[in-house]
Design a protein around this ligand. Structure first.
Ligand SMILES: [Cu+2]
Length: 550
């Protein structure tokens, strides 16, 4: 909210605010867009002294080693557990982690080589892992009701086998999930597959090379679980990409950007209605539109600094924030903006590079960028700044140019030749979905097509192999994510897509009052998938729908 001092909460929520006004008075889209707020959400303020920027070294997440590699399948094990981590210098912060780190360990997969990841839940609540952007079977897609129960969590249906249908959880601590205030937590989902302690996720790795990320996707509690640390990177690589000659090794740097806020005792702040995250989902007012933090973390460090050669670097950027949008730019000490040469989007390499001066990035979006530090003087600095931030959230991180060095990397004019060419005329049908605030079970909610998420209801059925055009309409910022498929942006606001819409995407950032069209072919697997808003608070408050591929 600090970013929009003139905006009231009602306006940010789009209830009785600018967008309702737009509808009532027929204001043009252009007028609505001209008063577009920079953010949707409210900012928490840390209650602990914050460190200066650009002092903490950038951590690089450890790469996970397989426990076995037999039969052409690499097998990994990840234990989800609570640890105390030093995120702010000298401060201990309890986090929920994959393997004791935040971000979780990076998985490096090769195209064509399937992997199995066995997750073990030693956290106090049920979890479920989704590989965002992965093309996987429904059983390994991390459906929000496919829970892995921790030890001691009441068995939802006593007397059934280890893999069983989800039943209501009434009788747990006097708070039944069936009667949770959102009314969603315990809705019967006859298709849910619940396990205890562990679950194997098998990833086909039959997809374009790109950077994916894995994170918790538990129904109603995704936002606080990611906030507490349940997120990690997952690369898919292939020979064609290796042959391009892009910056590699130490000159390829993953950057997971996420905002957080800290309490006086070092704990993460989060406005959960139930801080134990056991029973009652949701956040307090005024955070219903999204939770923003006042500390910008990159790879889990506050406003870090990274030493680099005066050479080209490949930056693999993920916005893992719950609700915060960034518009990134790279600025030298003398105020010069370096080109951001985009070579890839959410779902892999672009056909050809696209050069930007700044790049907007919404929650869950990824960019694959080349930044050239060659002409920056040794000893100089390049700051990554957020043009949408204010005060300290304007800074993200910095690179310090440490030395001159040889550079044999290149940016080929053609990056990929396997881009799909879907045309509007290929579409079997056109669908329209409105992403809007509304009422859900007597409370504030976020709705798709006027309805809150119900796992037992099939919202959309598409035929395997069909091309469809989807028109998505937003009231406030909604980064809309489709599971299973990548898509292309056909139009935005009735016009040509923007420069940063290039390539294959799995998340599109709708801006307030905006509509956009996407096109995709629903291929891969049959079964139940999802599409939802990736503002994680919106997702938890109903903005999700079932996508049945039949
Ligand atoms: Cu949303």
């Amino acid at each position: 909210m600090s970013e929009n001092p003139g905006m009231t909460r009602r306006q940010l929520l789009g209830i009785g605010g600018t967008l309702a006004l737009t509808a009532a008075t027929g204001l043009s889209t252009a007028a609505a867009l001209s008063r577009r707020p920079a953010a949707t959400g409210a900012e928490l303020r840390s209650a602990i002294p914050l460190p200066p920027a650009f002092r903490t070294p950038l951590p690089l997440p450890p790469v996970l080693k397989p426990v076995s590699t037999s039969g052409g399948v690499d097998r990994y094990e990840v234990t989800q557990r609570e640890v105390k981590m030093e995120i702010l210098p000298g401060v201990r912060t309890p986090m929920w982690t994959y393997e004791g780190t935040f971000p979780g360990p990076t998985i490096e997969a090769r195209r064509g080589r399937p992997i199995t990841v066995t997750h073990r839940n030693e956290l106090p609540v049920p979890t479920v892992v989704h590989l965002h952007g992965g093309r996987n079977t429904p059983t390994s897609d991390g459906y929000p009701a496919d829970l892995v129960l921790p030890e001691g969590w009441p068995n939802p249906a006593d007397g059934t086998s280890a893999m069983h249908q989800m039943a209501d959880m009434s009788g747990t601590d006097g708070m039944s999930a069936m009667s949770g205030p959102s009314g969603m937590a315990g809705m019967r989902d006859p298709r849910a597959v619940v396990t205890r302690l562990t679950r194997d996720y098998t990833f086909a790795t039959d997809q374009r090379s790109t950077m994916l990320w894995y994170h918790d996707h538990r129904m109603d509690f995704t936002a606080p679980a990611i906030w507490r640390g349940l997120a990690g990177l997952h690369f898919v690589r292939d020979d064609a990409e290796d042959a391009l000659g892009l910056p590699a090794g130490a000159r390829e740097v993953p950057l997971m950007i996420a905002d957080r806020a800290f309490d006086a005792d070092g704990k993460l702040k989060y406005p959960a209605l139930d801080p134990s995250l056991r029973d009652r989902p949701g956040v307090r007012e005024p955070y219903l539109a999204g939770v923003l933090g006042d500390v910008i973390l990159v790879n889990g460090a506050p406003w870090p600094v990274h030493e680099v050669d005066a050479a080209r670097y490949r930056l693999r950027i993920l916005n893992a924030s719950n609700a915060r949008h960034y518009e990134l730019e790279a600025v030298t000490d003398d105020g010069r903006r370096l080109d951001l040469v985009q070579i890839g989007a959410d779902q892999g390499l672009l056909a050809t590079p696209v050069t930007h001066r700044s790049l907007p990035i919404a929650p869950a979006e990824r960019y694959d960028l080349i930044v050239d530090f060659t002409d920056v003087p040794v000893g100089g600095r390049v700051r990554i700044r957020n043009r949408l931030g204010s005060g300290r959230t304007r800074d993200v991180m910095a690179f310090r140019i440490a030395r001159k060095a040889a550079d044999d990397s290149r940016i080929p004019p053609v990056l990929a030749r396997d881009m799909p060419s879907w045309h509007r005329s290929d579409a079997a049908r056109v669908r329209e979905f409105a992403f809007r605030a509304g009422r859900m079970h007597g409370r504030h909610g976020w709705l798709i097509g006027g309805r809150p998420f119900d796992p037992a209801r099939t919202d959309v059925t598409v035929n395997l192999g069909d091309v469809e055009v989807w028109r998505l309409i937003a009231d406030v910022h909604h980064p809309v994510h489709l599971h299973l498929v990548g898509f292309q942006v056909l139009s935005r606001g009735g016009r040509q897509p923007l420069a940063h819409d290039a390539g294959l995407k799995d998340t599109i950032a709708l801006r307030p009052g905006e509509s956009a069209e996407i096109i995709t072919r629903f291929d891969g697997y049959r079964g139940r998938y999802l599409f939802h808003c990736h503002n994680a608070e919106h997702e938890d408050m109903g903005m999700m729908a079932n996508l049945e591929i039949g």
